[in-house]
Structures are given as C-alpha cells and as structure tokens.
Ligand binder design. Structure first.
Ligand SMILES: [Zn+2]
Ligand SMILES: [Zn+2]
Length: 353
C-alpha cells in the first residue's frame, strides 16, 4: 500500500509499504482523510513534541514513521476478538492509548500517562519495521479507539476531532459565562479553542495573529475582536477591549515569550501554553502575582474525545471552514510544504484517499 514515510529527520518520502494486518483487538481502517498537524512538521524536523509537552523531555524519534494521527476512515477488517459488525462502518479515531494503571491514568489524567502508545509518531511502540499512522491507505487501530460516526458528522469533520479536542482541553477549565479569552495565534488549534470557548459560553473572545486571513476566519467563527499584532500593540489592544483588566484565559499556540503574554492575564486568570520548547526564559515573578497561573497543555483525556464528537454532531462548532487544502497521498510532500509555509492561506491541510 502507499504511505508517506518519515524515514529519518528531514527525510520524508512517498513509498510502498507492507499492508498491515489487524492484530487481536484491532481494526484495520481504510483511511479516507488524515490531517497534517503542526506536530507532524515538528517530527519531520527531528523534534518529539509529545515527549516535550507531556514528559518535559527531549527525545529522539525512531526511523520509518508513517505520520498522521488526525484520522477518519472506514473499518475494512477486524482482528481476533473484535465484533465483525464494525466492518464497513465509518469511524473517527482516538489516536493514543494509555496503560490505565499508572498514577495519572488512575486519576483520570490519561493525557499525562508516560506509557502512551501513539499512532503516527511511534511513541510507545518498539522495534517495528514501520510505525503505522494515518498517512497511508490503511492503518491498524485498537478497535475500542474507533468511534462510530453519526450521519451528521462527515469523515473530514471527524479527522478534525484531534485538534478540536486539544483546543477543548486547553479552554475547558477556564472558559465559561463571564469569562474572557484571548487566542494568541489563530491557526488550527487557536480557531478550535475559540469555538470551544464560545460553545462553553465565554463572554468575550479575542484573537491575535499576524495573518489577516486567519483573523477574518476567527471573526466569522465568533471572535468579538481580532488583533493584527503587526499593526497594533497587543497589550494596548487587549487592555482596550477589556477595560484595562486583561483576560481570564490566554491560549498561546505560537509560543510568545512569557514576559509578553503574562501581563495580558487578569488576576486569578490562566495562561495556557500549547507550545512547549526547550528554551530558557527570564521573567519577574511579580508577573505571577494575584494568583495568575501558567499551565502547559498536553493533548486531552478520553472523555474529551466524546465531548468533541458531541460538539461536532450538534453543529456547535464549524471545523469545515478550517480545511483549506486537500492532497492525495502521492502529493504528500507538497502537503507538508503547504502546511508548514501556510502558502495560499493554508489552515488545515488534509491528505485524502
Ligand atoms: Zn495533532
Ligand atoms: Zn498511565
């Protein structure tokens, strides 16, 4: 079968690989679409963002990764112990599996499990010839991580579940009625977080970016204010919008220096960091006064995947608008290039079967 393979750092190819067989408890999914994620691009360049975000470690990646964790498709075959009724069904995919037995899993913090197995980047899988992910014709997936899709949810919408749930996890503790939210970065994650904040009832939502196209989408999807930080001082704009108070929740998906983002947080508010990098920063701890919190965001927990699917099925969020480009597997390298350069106003790039 055809697949996009990350042979080693900076070495991405389209090639034929052996078609996998579903193991016990697994379903073999014929992929209909798979999103190119910002993290896929970081893997291409040799980073391991999962290890950085979840464990706070810099780790190497194994060779021969088939990228892709934003997956939807149709179940083609099932392995031992799996209900044959699943064959032919359209599914969205919860792309990681945890051990359910560590101190974090036992406290419903599965997204912090160190023993996570991931589709699409090889974490937790050992000594394989190929580490299967969604950028291929077929991918073997734990059957209980294949969620049947209602008719109201398309395959492409379902492939957006992963970034949608990352956005949901970032905003859910602090976005609600009476709360203001600022998205620093109106890319896929920012725009997903925006819509989740709106669905949760946040009263004022601001989006900041340097791309007018992304800001226009943010406005269409419900942002009350759009700030082009190339044209306007961010702090000044945020204070204008909030009567000098700052916002309750800042969601930073671009990695702004803390010295710039923390002053935007109101007393008692939170800064959610969606980009965790190996870099040092110096700040005055006065910026944390007034019970301001800084929290990194790592993935999402299983129940949030169900909530995300509910949000899609009920039409409370619009993820179609974020899908700007589609490429077949054959043009996978181009898909990565467009996703990284954001050329042609790219927001979410999909690999379609
Ligand atoms: Zn992703
Ligand atoms: Zn665990």
């Amino acid at each position: 079968m055809k697949a996009i393979v990350l042979k080693t750092t900076e070495h991405l190819v389209v090639q034929d690989v052996p078609k996998p067989l579903p193991g016990p408890g697994e379903a073999l999914v014929k992929v209909t679409c798979c999103g190119v994620c910002g993290s896929d691009i970081r893997y291409l360049h040799g980073e391991n963002p999962w290890a950085q975000h979840t464990l706070g470690e810099v780790r190497e990646n194994p060779p021969n990764i088939i990228p892709g964790h934003e997956i939807a498709g149709v179940v083609a075959e099932v392995g031992e112990g799996v209900d044959k009724g699943l064959i032919g069904k359209r599914v969205g995919v919860l792309c990681f599996k945890v051990d359910e037995s560590c101190p974090w899993c036992r406290r419903d913090l599965r997204h912090l499990c160190a023993n996570t197995i991931h589709l699409g980047h090889g974490a937790g899988q050992f000594g394989r010839e190929y580490y299967y992910g969604g950028m291929a014709e077929y991918v073997p997936i734990w059957a209980d991580h294949c969620y049947r899709l209602p008719d109201s949810v398309s395959d492409e919408q379902a492939a957006m579940l992963d970034p949608l749930c990352v956005g949901l996890h970032a905003v859910s503790p602090d976005a609600g009625p009476g709360k203001s939210v600022l998205l620093i970065g109106a890319g896929v994650i920012g725009l997903c977080a925006l819509q989740c904040a709106r669905a949760l009832g946040a009263t004022q939502i601001l989006a900041a970016d340097i791309d007018e196209g992304h800001l226009a989408v943010a406005k269409r999807l419900g942002a009350d204010g759009a700030i082009n930080v190339d044209k306007r001082d961010l702090t000044e704009a945020v204070m204008d919008f909030t009567g000098g108070l700052g916002v309750w929740l800042v969601v930073d998906s671009v990695g702004m220096p803390l010295a710039r983002s923390l002053p935007l947080v109101i007393r008692g508010g939170r800064l959610a960091l969606l980009v965790v990098k190996d870099r040092e920063e110096t700040i005055s701890t006065l910026l944390l006064a007034g019970e301001r919190r800084v929290m990194t965001c790592a993935n999402f927990d299983y129940p949030e995947f169900t909530y995300g699917l509910d949000l899609l099925a009920s039409g409370r969020v619009n993820v179609e608008e974020l899908i700007t480009h589609r490429f077949p597997i054959d043009r996978g390298l181009e898909a990565f290039r467009v996703a990284e350069s954001k050329e042609g106003g790219a927001i979410k790039v999909m690999i379609n079967a």
